[in-house]
Design a protein. Structure first.
Length: 317
C-alpha cells in the first residue's frame, strides 16, 4: 500500500502542475483587466500603466506564471489585488466555513440516503419504493436557489424560526448553538440534493448484491436478516457507494457557491463569486489550487477506502 500511495502522490503533483498551468492561462486570458475596476475612468493612461507594472500585469504570461510558481514553492500565494492581504490568509479564513458546510451537508444527506436506499432495495416495487424514488427525482430536479429562497421565505421570514443567513449572530460569535442554528437552512438544501442522488445509487448497489448466490446462502443458514443486510449486503455494496460519495465532495464544494451567496455564508464559494466580479487573479488562482488539492486527495482517499471495504482489492504492485 505504501509504494502505491507514494506513486499516487507523485502523479498527483504532476497533475497539479498541469492544472495550475491551465488555470493560470484561462484566468489571465479572460477579457478585462483588474486594474480598470479600481481606477477612475478619467485617470491618465500613464498612471494605469504604472499600476499594471506594479502588479506585474505587463510581464509576459510565462514570466508571470514562473514568478507565481516560485512564490508558491515558498508557501506564498501572493497578495489580493483588491484588499492587498495575503491570499493564503484570506483563503484560510474562508476554507473552514465551507468545509463545515460541506461535511454537515454530506453527513445529513447520507444519514437519509443510506437507510432509505437499503429499505427501497428490500421493498422493491412497493409503494414505499415508488415514493422514495419520487422523492429522489424531486430533490434532484428542484433548483437549489429556488429551494433556498422558499425555505428562507417560509421558515425564516414568515415563521421566524431560523435566521435568514450568515454564520453567526452579531454578539454571539463564540456560541455553538447559534452557529448550528445558522447551519440548518443551507444544510437542508445541500443535504436534500445529496440524499436524492445517493438514494438511487445505494438502492441499485444493494439490489445488485441481493441477487448474488452468497446472499441466498446466508439466508439459507438461518442468519438474522439484520446480520445478512449489514454484514453481507451493505459491505459488498460499499465500493460503488464509496465512488459516488467521493465524487460528491468536489460537487459540494463547487455547488456551495450559489448556496453561500444566498445564505451569506462566509466560505470559499462566496469568496470565489466576489473574486470573479473583481477579477482578483491571485485569489482565483489560490482557490483553484486548493480545489485541485482537495479533489486529488479525495481520489487518493477513495482508493484507500476501496481496499478497506473489499480485501480483494490490492495495491501492492
Amino acid at each position: 500500500m505504501a509504494p502505491y500511495i507514494v506513486r499516487r502522490l507523485l502523479i498527483s503533483l504532476l497533475v497539479l502542475l498541469g492544472i495550475t498551468i491551465l488555470n493560470f492561462m484561462i484566468i489571465n486570458l479572460a477579457p478585462g483587466n483588474p486594474v480598470e475596476l479600481f481606477i477612475d475612468p478619467d485617470t491618465p493612461r500613464e498612471l494605469i500603466q504604472a499600476r499594471k507594472e506594479l502588479l506585474g500585469l505587463n510581464a509576459p504570461l510565462f514570466t508571470q506564471y514562473i514568478k507565481w510558481l516560485g512564490a508558491l514553492l515558498q508557501g506564498n500565494l501572493g497578495y489580493s489585488f483588491s484588499s492587498h492581504a495575503p491570499v493564503l490568509h484570506i483563503i484560510g479564513e474562508r476554507l473552514g466555513p465551507t468545509l463545515l458546510l460541506a461535511a454537515a451537508s454530506l453527513l445529513f444527506g447520507l444519514l437519509i440516503a443510506i437507510p432509505i436506499g437499503i429499505l427501497s432495495a428490500l421493498k422493491q416495487n412497493t409503494k414505499f419504493d415508488y415514493l422514495m424514488t419520487g422523492f429522489s427525482f424531486i430533490s434532484v430536479s428542484v433548483p437549489q436557489f429556488f429551494l433556498s429562497l422558499t425555505l428562507i421565505y417560509v421558515i425564516a421570514v414568515k415563521l421566524h424560526l431560523l435566521p435568514t443567513g450568515g454564520m453567526v449572530t452579531l454578539g454571539y460569535e463564540g456560541d455553538l448553538r447559534d452557529r448550528l442554528i445558522h447551519l440548518v437552512l443551507p444544510v437542508l438544501v445541500l443535504g436534500s440534493v445529496v440524499a436524492g442522488k445517493k438514494v438511487r445509487y445505494i438502492r441499485s448497489s444493494v439490489l445488485e448484491v441481493l441477487k448474488q448466490d452468497y446472499m441466498r446462502t446466508a439466508h439459507a443458514k438461518g442468519l438474522h436478516p439484520f446480520v445478512v443486510i449489514n454484514k453481507h449486503a451493505l459491505r459488498n455494496a460499499l465500493v460503488p457507494i464509496i465512488t459516488v460519495i467521493a465524487a460528491e465532495i468536489p460537487i459540494l464544494l463547487g455547488g456551495s457557491i450559489v448556496i453561500e451567496q444566498i445564505f451569506q455564508w462566509p466560505g470559499i464559494g462566496r469568496l470565489t463569486f466576489l473574486s470573479i466580479l473583481s477579477r482578483d487573479y491571485p485569489i482565483l488562482m489560490g482557490l483553484n489550487l486548493v480545489a485541485a488539492i482537495i479533489v486529488l486527495l479525495t481520489n487518493l482517499l477513495t482508493d484507500i477506502l476501496y481496499s478497506l471495504a473489499d480485501p480483494r482489492i490490492k495495491y501492492d504492485r
